[in-house]
Design a protein around this ligand. Structure first.
Ligand code: SF4
Length: 356
């Protein structure tokens, strides 16, 4: 695919492919041929009319209330780019300073669920999707389990989690899965050697690659979980990503995994990534996606994400989705961590620079 693209109204994009074009709309993706475009590269009016009629310009209706809950702000690894760090580790180690520690408790769960119930009623939504988030959510397994158990009473129909999985044991996977989560997102920072240099335990500086792979495999044997494997792309991981894809195809089972590649950037804490968004970088992303498909992984298509506001309790949006847990006035389980706009059927968990 070339880099040629056309931005249309409503955030819709047209990308030129080898044989045709890709239309990325809020309501779906389609492939118009050259005959559907004007010589200038815009949609012909009759084509646009048809796509609007089919709903491809508008977001599908919201069916579920999506709730993201931080069950622990602490984390066992000390990744240098983590959005919940407050600076770099000046000693050059794996212990960057972080936001204050907090854990989700029973009273906060009561508060969150009460707030959520009211918000769902206001929005006319009866279904709830919960995302367990951190720090590392599994540093507070009791909080995760209690939240999921009690959320069933207010209409929780599905759940997922973003976890580094270093603490995910088969019994815990079984318990979590029985209460809702069917999808977990975990991150790899490049191939094993790169990952073990970047994603290290705070306590002993040890690598986590083999632990993560082992835990995914064992948890997958214990529970019907599917996985989104996020691959962080930076100047430190770039050269090992082809090898990583092939390594992951050996284990865990690719048919239960989606691979997702994301460039890691600085969220204001001094993490440097020299990789620039260039045509060359795009070609690497395309090659990785193709290889992942060849090996049996699922990959997500580029899309046209709907605008999703993150709301504070008083209804004003947070500065951005990346501020969760960092806002000084925002407590763990604060109602400001809820968001409207979740949709049934979306398969990839929210993708952010900070995620596991
Ligand atoms: S990026 Fe994820 S695993 Fe790494 S320190 Fe932050 S919360 Fe922990």
């Amino acid at each position: 695919m070339s880099l040629q693209q056309v931005a249309l109204a409503d955030g819709v994009r047209l990308l030129e492919g080898k044989r045709n074009w890709w239309f990325l709309g809020r309501g779906g993706i389609t492939r118009p041929g050259a005959g559907h475009l004007t010589p200038e590269g815009s949609l012909r009016s009759e084509t646009e009319h048809r796509l609007r009629e089919r709903g491809l310009f508008s977001s599908p209706p919201v069916r579920s209330y999506a709730l993201t809950v931080l069950t622990s702000t602490h984390c066992n690894p000390g990744c240098g780019y983590c959005f919940q760090n407050t600076a770099q580790d000046t000693a050059g180690g794996s212990r960057p300073p972080r936001i204050a520690r907090a854990r989700l408790t029973s009273p906060t769960i009561t508060s969150i669920l009460g707030f959520t119930e009211r918000q769902m009623a206001d929005a006319g939504l009866e279904r709830l999707r919960i995302l367990l988030f951190g720090g590392e959510p599994l540093l507070n397994p009791r909080g995760c389990l209690e939240l999921l158990e009690r959320a069933a009473d207010i209409g929780m129909t599905s759940a997922g989690m973003i976890s580094n999985t270093t603490l995910l044991t088969p019994p815990l996977a079984r318990k979590l899965s029985a209460l809702g989560p069917d999808l977990a997102q975990v991150t790899f920072d490049g191939d094993r050697a790169d990952h073990d240099r970047i994603r290290v335990n705070r306590a002993d500086g040890g690598g986590t690659f083999d632990t993560i792979v082992r835990n995914i495999v064992r948890a997958g044997e214990a529970a019907p979980l599917r996985w989104t494997l996020r691959v962080n792309v930076s100047q430190e991981t770039f050269h090992g990503i082809d090898a990583l894809i092939d390594r992951l195809a050996g284990s865990p089972d690719p048919s239960r995994c989606a691979l997702y590649f994301a460039r890691v950037g600085d969220v204001g804490i001094g993490y440097a990534n020299d990789l620039l968004h260039t045509g060359e970088l795009s070609e690497h992303f395309t090659r990785w996606q193709r290889r992942a498909l060849e090996l049996g992984f699922t990959v997500s298509r580029p899309g046209c994400p709907p605008p999703v506001p993150y709301l504070r309790p008083h209804g004003r949006p947070l500065r951005s989705g990346d501020q969760r847990g960092r806002d000084p006035g925002q407590l763990l389980g604060d109602r400001g961590q809820t968001r409207l706009g979740g949709r049934d059927g979306h398969r990839r968990l929210p993708a952010r620079n900070e995620d596991r």
